[in-house]
Design a protein around this ligand. Sequence first.
Ligand code: SF4
Ligand code: SF4
Length: 450
Amino acid sequence: MTTDINAENLADSPFDLLKACIHCGMCLSTCPTYRVTGSEAESPRGRLYLMKHLDMKHRGAESGTQTNERITSATGILPHLDNCLGCLSCETACPSGVQYGELLFKTRKDWVSHPRTFWYPLQRWVKQLIFSHVLTHRKWLVSGRHFYKLLQRFGVFSWLKRLTWARSLPWVGPALALAPVIPHRYKPLHPGLSFGNTSGERVALMLGCVMDAVYNHVHWATIQVLVENGYYVYIPEQTCCGALAHHAGEEAIARDLAQQNLVSILHSNPDWIVLNSAGCGSTMKEISKQFAGDTVFEEKAKHFSEKVVDIMVLLTKKPLRPMKKRLSMTVVYHAACHLQHAQKVRLEPEAVLRQIPGIDLIPLSEPELCCGSAGIYNLEHPEISADIMALKRLDIIKTQADVLVSGNPGCLLQFAAGLRPQTTEEKPIAILHPIELLAEAYGYRGYLPQ
Ligand code: SF4
Ligand code: SF4
């Protein structure tokens, strides 16, 4: 028996959502991979069509029926879906309400075990190991940070960058290109610590993995600003948020981590669960979707999602207390995709930044465009990522701003490498998290470059 792809056959499938696409193409110009490749297969509309093919294949395999010969091989289709950043800019642009993210992550989950290349099973095993055994162990991450600093101090990265063979190694070459200069300051944070007056609203701070290992000072800025504004901040028992596993289609790992966080953080009775990392925030905000239909965890997951909030949104919940210091500088704000497109947080960060005395906020021409970071996308797809960063760079450099701020560690790493001056005439731009500017304005020191 063969099965054709048509609307009737797609009924009763989670992929019914695909039928919302009216093929208008309004998403194309906002899609970074389409912008840099010009290929329909690398566009949201093209990928939706490919997902439809895969769904038919998947359901054909499950029901024991054979799908039509016209359906292209999955091995030929999957790389186009793997090339998607998951930035969800297409969802924001779509007039028909296509839930592209739902479809993408469902497809990735269904096809994650299907080999694309000879090395794919090994790559997948390494990623699973990292997601479930490295990112979940803070001690390992902190030790990794200290080891990294040591290598940096002895110039190992500069030496490796000069070796052609090292630059051409997968993952290693792109990592060397990024190789951020990590600040010297590291003040450990761990579950059990708390700050501020206990009469304030209880804020559970999520530490994350990269955020704490590379941008630990951003957590301290977050704590300082929240305490200045009357909140009681504490560090609950927690593990990795599972965002990278979820985006890679490794749902079993993502769900296990989500469940651990759900149980331990709710047990600490927070009023808010605050994040300063857009990627982690978007995954934790959607925890209710992961547990939909689960008799034990569905209600708890909804309750949890309602409490998850980005730091810049929490700071708009009540008037900010007066800041003490004037920061005379021009600032450009890059809205992380997982904040503006996934969490639909668009106005709050700039509304907060405008309250900092002396800040002149300069708009970007294309504020919706991704920077090409997307979790570990810049390590897995370095060429496309670099092309996207080049587009973003043009938009930012022409503003001549002193500082670029963004609320996501992946974006901060991408900009630290991508906005390095390319000529002696080019003005250097400092890369900061928005909360660092607020901490400075409240009188805390050490966040601005000297
Ligand atoms: S999620 Fe981003 S990269 Fe993927 S299709 Fe949509 S706009 Fe393009
Ligand atoms: S904008 Fe929406 S409806 Fe139009 S092609 Fe893109 S996904 Fe389909």
